[in-house]
Design a protein around this ligand. Structure first.
Ligand SMILES: *Cc1c(COP(=O)(O)O)cnc(C)c1O
Length: 389
């Protein structure tokens, strides 16, 4: 038996992280203080974007991205069926209709050819946005998607909740860091504890568009802002420093300074975490080469941030039960969104996205997190090998 249960993912909190949070608690600001702006600056720099806006969670980051880019009631958007429900849910929050394009069977990210096919089946301008997901940490080819967007005029809102630190090489051989704002209009990240950078709860949006940035700032706090004031019904001279305006209906999607302190402290260790994730992935790859296990495609053009290590096996249920019986708490990512009960009311059914469904039938995620020890890693590999003996 294993000495203890091994989860599929977990946070790694150091004394430095604890000290940073304590310092925030002892400061003048528990929320809306300097730690948020500091976290935003450092995160923007980390991914190479001009602007970053911190929010309460990754779902809020996606939701506000849609709103800031003008996606709303009656609009149609496309996403992948293999993602966390939140990616599709936010479109429903905004009043948009969700369509899906099937995944690539080897990379598991949205198949851009399938996106193009879907677009061509509809009238010009029908789709207002595409929300690709850098699934498991493998970045989608946003350069190709941008070329398609230029032709068909849709926005790209990248769900990079799995992928801070990931990059791909563009056709010129230049490194394109996920979230750098070169090809995507907005990119969303999550700081949930199982993700790369933990803040308790938290999210971030990066963009290179100043207008979108200003909209995001207002929308995360009710739509209230002191930017672009119009004094439409008041005498400007009679209004003082207290004065603000509300041009859009926003939300309270703020992050706290306590969370920003933790997120920023974690960000300093993000590269070390990525390094460990690479080591773990390499160990799995080497060990599973000869086994009846299919792994996510690996190629020289992509640096996978490995939020997850997903594999496909012949009898997933049996393998899942076996791992759990041995203390290895493997997980499934994800039940295809179009087959969730709630989504079936829109008419989606089994067979609509056969590649995603086939992937789901065999998919299972093995433990992948920086604090997974060599001993635990060996234990997982050993158990997997024994299973296929
Ligand atoms: C975690 C996650 C989200 C949502 O992030 P929260 O911070 O939990 O709201 C959205 N999309 C994907 C792909 C995720 O993994």
């Amino acid at each position: 038996m294993s000495p203890h249960k091994i989860p599929y993912g977990r946070q790694k909190i150091t004394q430095e992280d604890i000290d940073a949070v304590v310092a925030a608690l002892q400061s003048d600001f528990l929320t809306q203080g300097p730690r948020i702006a500091n976290f935003e600056r450092n995160f923007a720099k980390y991914v190479g974007a001009k602007y970053a806006v911190a929010v309460s969670n990754g779902t809020a980051a996606l939701h506000l991205s849609l709103l800031a880019l003008g996606i709303g009631k009656g609009d149609n958007v496309i996403t992948t069926p293999i993602t966390f429900a939140a990616t599709a849910n936010v479109a429903l929050y905004a009043g948009a209709k969700v369509y899906f394009a099937d995944i690539d069977p080897d990379t598991y990210v949205i198949d851009i050819a399938a996106v193009e096919k879907l677009i061509l089946q509809h009238s010009k301008g029908f789709f207002k946005a595409v929300l690709p997901v850098d699934f498991a940490g493998y970045s989608v080819d946003t350069e190709s998607l941008r070329a398609l967007a230029q032709e068909h005029h849709f926005k790209i809102i990248e769900d990079a909740c799995h992928a801070p630190g990931a990059y791909f090489m563009d056709h010129l051989g230049q490194k394109q860091q996920v979230g750098n704002g070169v090809f995507s209009d907005a990119t969303a990240f999550s700081f949930h504890p199982v993700k790369h950078i933990a803040a308790g709860e938290g999210g971030m949006i990066t963009t290179n568009d100043e207008g979108v940035y200003k909209k995001l700032l207002a929308l995360r706090t009710h739509g209230i802002s002191k930017d672009n004031m119009q004094y439409a019904i008041w005498d400007k001279e009679k209004q003082g420093n207290w004065y603000y305006e509300m041009h859009d209906l926003g939300y309270n999607y703020r992050i706290t300074d306590i969370q920003a302190a933790l997120g920023n402290s974690q960000l300093q260790k993000a590269d070390a975490g990525l390094q460990r994730r690479q080591e773990i992935a390499q160990a799995y790859r080497a060990a599973f080469q000869e086994l009846p296990i299919k792994m996510q495609k690996q190629d020289e053009k992509h640096f996978n941030a490995h939020h997850l290590f997903v594999i496909e096996v012949p009898d997933r249920k049996d393998f899942y039960d076996y791992l759990h019986a041995n203390g290895i708490l493997a997980q499934i990512h994800y039940i295809p969104v179009h087959l969730l009960d709630y989504y079936r009311q829109f008419g989606w059914k089994k067979g609509d996205f056969p590649i995603a469904e086939q992937y789901y039938d065999g998919a299972i995620s093995l433990p992948m997190y920086p604090s997974l020890s060599d001993r635990e890693l060996e234990y997982v590999i050993d158990k997997a090998r024994k299973y296929f003996d």
